[in-house]
Design a protein around this ligand. Structure first.
Ligand code: AMP
Ligand code: GLY
Length: 432
């Protein structure tokens, strides 16, 4: 069969690569793909823009008899790509537009969590800057010494959350979003949230509208600098599994988060099918939801796909056909017991203003235990060049987390591009 993956990041490279390992798969198209998916033997890039040219995509899927499509990023999901493909009779894995609101509107997600008693931070939503500033001031008085969390309601490509260390910073964030419109319509409503303390983890499941199948756990590293310093990024590296998700936390999240989401979405007439990502904050073995994403995490997908041994194609087919319960038997055999670590190599001046167009050299050949997933790369006449903020994600398996970490950093050794930056402490928090 032939499959299609929509997107062009590291997540999509990892998903398409893993799908292509199934003996039933002849080819995986990736639209638009990147410099890495361009050179994989069983992958083929297609220059299609799923958001702006869904007609072109529909034609391609029909002409090429694509068995099903997997949508990687949030933007096409929030734009209703799944609704469109389904209306054409095409099979697709991802939530419809109405269900993708869980990520596309923070206010929707907070109200939904309140309706179903899903544990999360307290909050209020504002459109009026003066009222928002008053509430921020109350928060500063109520929780002295703690940051104030300001979030744009809509999708803002990772720039919509400000964890403000002071009231001044909070007021600035409110002014940027509500008064100066710096994030456009995404920032025309803001959610102000209580600050949650603890350790973050990423909890992802495959959903078929009724049931969920949990994938391996992972932990991202959000800040640009070692020791979680500097500005937030899309994620500078990840490892799997995350020991902070103990069996007790796992059971709590399935019981208090994942199942209530499925039940609630079903009850509201918008059943959730697709990957669901619950970003968690865990303290004393109690998890609260920081955010939902309606897609896999990037870079979490890279170590998760590195560890996946079972048949991802069969799992996603079962989900598309609403028969996920039957996939539960896959669970034991699905994962390599060894941990995996993925280290992101980012462009100079990422995340503010990444420098693009630099030539990339020294990428080592894949081995059974190490793979370099591409993100912001493209193949030009001069060879491989950087074309995005996060350029590569070097991902390794190892017997112990420390060995996986050492293998990933060793594989980075020969890789070079101008201004390359990466964290030196990916996975260190999993060894504490
Ligand atoms: P989000 O896009 O909602 O995941 O937020 C981005 C990052 O901001 C999260 O991964 C956390 O590191 C941080 N963050 C968001 N909300 C909170 C919160 N309520 N308390 C503490 N940190 C938060
Ligand atoms: N790595 C975090 C995310 O994908 O949202």
């Amino acid at each position: 069969m032939k499959l299609m993956v929509i997107g062009g990041g590291g997540r999509e490279h990892a998903l398409a690569w893993r799908l292509s390992k199934s003996p039933r798969v002849q080819k995986v198209y990736v639209a638009p793909g990147n410099g890495g998916t361009a050179t994989e033997p069983d992958l083929e890039n297609v220059a299609l823009d799923a958001v702006n040219d869904p007609d072109g995509l529909v034609r391609f899927l029909k002409d090429n008899e694509v068995a099903f499509t997997v949508v990687g990023p949030e933007a096409p999901l929030a734009a209703g790509l799944v609704d469109r493909l389904e209306s054409e009779g095409l099979k697709v894995f991802g939530p419809r537009k109405a269900a993708a609101q869980l990520e596309a509107s923070k206010d929707f997600a907070k109200q939904f969590m309140a309706r179903y008693n899903i544990p999360t931070a307290g909050y209020q939503t504002f459109t009026d800057p003066a009222a928002a500033c008053d509430y921020a001031k109350e928060q500063a008085e109520r929780f002295p010494g703690l940051p104030i969390v300001i979030k744009a309601d809509g999708l803002a490509a990772g720039k919509g959350v400000v964890v403000a260390a002071s009231l001044e910073e909070a007021h600035q964030a409110i002014a940027d979003m509500l008064t100066a419109n710096k994030l456009g319509s995404a920032g025309s409503r803001v959610v102000i949230e209580d600050f949650l303390q603890g350790q973050e983890a990423s909890f992802m499941v495959v959903c078929d509208g009724k049931s969920a199948f949990a994938l391996a756990t992972s932990q991202d590293h959000k800040r640009i600098g070692d020791g979680e310093t500097g500005p937030n990024t899309g994620g500078m590296g990840a490892y799997s599994p995350a020991p902070v998700v103990t069996p007790k936390v796992y059971a709590q999240v399935m019981r208090e988060v994942i199942r209530p989401v499925l039940k609630g979405m079903q009850a509201e007439g918008t059943p959730y099918k697709g990957f669901l990502y619950a970003g968690l904050m865990i303290q004393n073995e109690q998890a609260k939801v920081v955010e939902f994403n309606c897609r896999m995490g990037d870079p979490e997908t890279q170590p998760i796909m590195m560890r996946m041994k079972g048949d991802l194609v069969g799992l996603l087919e079962a989900a598309i056909n609403g028969r996920l319960e039957q996939a539960e038997s896959l669970a034991d055999s699905l994962w390599d017991v060894r941990p995996a670590v993925g280290v992101v190599l980012a462009a100079a001046h990422y995340p503010e203003a990444p420098q693009l167009g630099d030539s990339i050299t020294g990428i080592p050949k894949d081995t059974a235990d190490t793979k370099v997933f591409h993100a912001g790369t493209s193949l030009s006449e001069e060879g491989l060049v950087s074309s995005g903020g996060r350029v590569l994600c070097v991902t390794s398996l190892g017997g112990k987390l420390k060995e996986a970490q050492a293998a990933a950093y060793q594989a980075i050794g020969p890789i070079q591009f101008n201004g390359m930056q990466y964290r030196k402490d990916i996975a260190a928090k999993g060894m504490g």
